[in-house]
Design a protein around this ligand. Structure first.
Ligand SMILES: Cc1ncc(COP(=O)(O)O)c(C=O)c1O
Length: 391
């Protein structure tokens, strides 16, 4: 499968989870759409684009187990989360509950939107070690108070690579009258997703990670009960240009003139992954991730925060680095020396970062990765740990 990507052959790329490169067929599809736009921009923008986007979201909806009518394309998950934060009705004293595993910028988005209205972000804790899905869901939702109006939760956490029991969390939250917004960039393709069954209020994700769609493709799912209540972050025409039926999506479609070819190529990314076989991809990438986890745990002598099971992690794993690897006490704005050493001395690109108080190593396994990549990482890590490259 490696031949589908134009990765630098000198590099061992193990960070699909942050930035997933696009396979050739999907890049070609995007180029084809762009050429169609360039051939007659009037025809494309005014008469065709809205219908083409409808077809594309319909296909994405089939893939996600929901109606395409409930989806809009956005540039990325950050964009989608900003729409929800900008629109969700909150008053002074209200609370939004996040887990302590949420993505840094998501926490920041909610803090930024909530403080002017006098509402606040509350961080609930997930257990230090997760092995029972029901217990994890219950102990988290129990931390909601009568002031909690919304729960914001990752489907697959970024820093710890854990698959959270979002369906159960939605069920428990609903019983308490609390809405749920799921942050799902790592779940798309990695997990077998059925949004109708999860029954959340909002779900936002980026397709340029595990689904391998072009960079700059994300979506926001909005349950019909919220449609028409969302405000766009960018105000433009707010209506159809081609006589299409009116829809809640109109406010989000025109955001000034922009190139939407990446969104139109999403169905080809879905085809690419489906042709390989999603079940095969999930099984194979999980097995490789499990191999990486086992080897890294042996080297680091540390314990990941979830059980060793496909229920708890998919194609990506995080292993805490040994305590003796120093974690900066404040933001340095620079890669950690171990991160730099792995790249500069070995040309390996995993994700090395601080989470809570210690340094962590995250490894993503996609179709172009194999055991040799993991072995190379392990040997290089052993070497750099032994020579204490941060000194
Ligand atoms: C859990 C989670 N949420 C949100 C984001 C933001 O995604 P994007 O940068 O595509 O907007 C990421 C990115 O890695 C993530 O891991």
């Amino acid at each position: 499968m490696k031949s589908h990507w134009k990765l630098d052959p000198e590099i061992t790329y193990l960070n699909h989870g942050s930035f997933g490169p696009t396979p050739g067929v999907v890049k070609e599809s995007q180029l084809k759409w762009r050429q169609r736009l360039e051939a007659n921009p009037m025809q494309f923008f005014v008469r065709e684009q809205e219908f083409l986007l409808e077809e594309s979201t319909e296909k994405l909806g089939q893939f996600l187990g929901c109606d395409g009518k409930d989806l809009i394309y956005v540039d990325n998950a950050t964009f989608g989360m900003n729409i929800v934060a900008n629109s969700f009705p909150l008053n002074a004293g209200d609370e939004v509950l996040l887990t302590d595993h949420e993505y840094g910028s998501v926490k920041r988005i909610w803090q930024d939107y909530l403080s002017p209205v006098g509402a606040k972000v509350v961080i609930g804790n997930l257990p230090d070690y997760m092995e029972n899905q029901d217990q994890v869901a219950r102990s988290f939702v129990e931390q909601a108070s009568e002031k909690t109006k919304l729960i914001v939760i990752s489907h697959v956490t970024s820093q710890t690579s854990v698959v959270l029991p979002v369906k159960k969390i939605c069920e428990l939250a609903k019983a308490k009258g609390i809405a749920v917004c799921i942050d799902g960039p790592h779940a798309i393709a990695m997990q077998d997703l059925n949004l109708s069954q999860i029954d959340c209020d909002f779900y936002t994700a980026s397709c340029h990670k595990w689904l391998c769609a072009p960079f700059g493709t994300g979506f926001l799912y909005v349950h019909p009960r919220w449609q028409g209540k969302l405000r766009p972050n960018i105000t433009s025409w707010g209506g159809t240009m081609c006589g299409r039926e009116k829809s809640w999506k109109d406010e989000f479609l025109w955001q000034g003139t922009r190139d939407l070819s990446a969104f139109l190529a999403v169905p080809d990314a879905i085809d690419f992954m489906q042709q390989y076989g999603l079940e095969k991809f999930r099984k194979q990438s999980h097995e490789l991730a499990a191999y990486a986890r086992k080897r890294l745990v042996e080297i680091c002598e540390t314990k990941p925060c979830c059980a060793d099971s496909i229920q708890w992690y998919g194609s990506m794993i995080t292993v805490p680095l040994p305590d003796y690897v120093p974690a900066p006490t404040s933001y340095t704005g620079q890669p950690h020396p171990l991160h730099r050493a792995l790249y500069e001395n070995h040309r390996i690109e995993p994700h090395v970062f601080k989470w809570k108080k210690s340094m962590q190593l995250r490894v993503s396994c996609h179709l172009y990765n194999d055991k040799d990549d993991i072995d190379r990482l392990c040997e290089s890590l052993k070497l750099e740990l032994a020579r204490k490259c941060w000194k």
